[in-house]
Design a protein around this ligand. Sequence first.
Ligand code: XMP
Length: 319
Amino acid sequence: DWTMASYRDEAIRKIREQVGDKRVICGLSGGVDSSVAAVLIHEAIGDQLTCVFVDHGLLRLNEAEEVVAMFRDNYNIPLIHADEADLFIGALEGVSDPEVKRKTIGKLFIDVFQREAARIDGAEFLAQGTLYPDVIESVSFSGGPSVTIKSHHNVGGLPEKMGLKLVEPLRELFKDEVRALGRELGLPEQFIGRHPFPGPGLAIRCPGEITRDKLDILRKADAVFIDQIRKHGLYDEIWQAFVAILPVRTVGVMGDGRTYDYACALRAVTSVDGMTADYYPFTHQFLGETATRIINEVKGINRCTYDITSKPPGTIEWE
Ligand code: XMP
């Protein structure tokens, strides 16, 4: 694609000009945005870049392993993997308010990130995969008072606090453009096409209090749902699809026994930029088959619902 090829060259030129011979730290989340930013910056300045992956233990099934394998093993990009699941999940104990969850995760994330970054000698820049919609949705609606619907923990005062200058090569791009740039940079298609995933991860797909038990159940159910979507060839038509585990247990019957397990909600939406969204019109056949698979394959869930709320008035995530 001609446009993206020239965007890439221009972005590389700008990164080199901004950074010179200084070192850059890039926070990797495992998502498309930070990955594309990291690969682009690596192409511009090579080993002056070190990536830091703060693993908060709220990722999807096998996700942490995949991120590490891709960056360290495939791309040979220096990567620090901070496995801090115990720290995050411990701090979230007893927390059920969505904003308190986000702030708790955001604060710890910054602490861990700062600690790891301090080990990288002489870093002067911090790279972030901030996109254009992140910039506008978390600032304000023009003319009115500043309104934040959800505090996004990946856009904030981190660089000032750390005395680092920002490198944000994707700041003018929308999601589809980031994907095109990722393809231009040769990232694997399976990875580029991945649905967006929120910084606070599974914490905001587990309304109410988080427990390890619920997170494990959620990961398994989510993997089955995504497997179903891929098998039916629907993955690329959907902006985001995931399972939320509900803070309620319901009565069911399995074989000749009674069950008392969690209910879950499937969520799948179409969207252009995440600012508005419609629920995806699965067939009843698909929904029935998926519910049966989740209930049979995932111990701990005995009821499945499908969320048909649009955004607005709903949001994409449950919290
Ligand atoms: P909502 O739920 O507000 O989400 O309709 C819009 C898009 O943003 C993602 N999202 C987040 N991303 N930190 C993030 O990095 C957050 O705190 C956060 N909250 C929501 C959501 O997954 C969707 O793509």
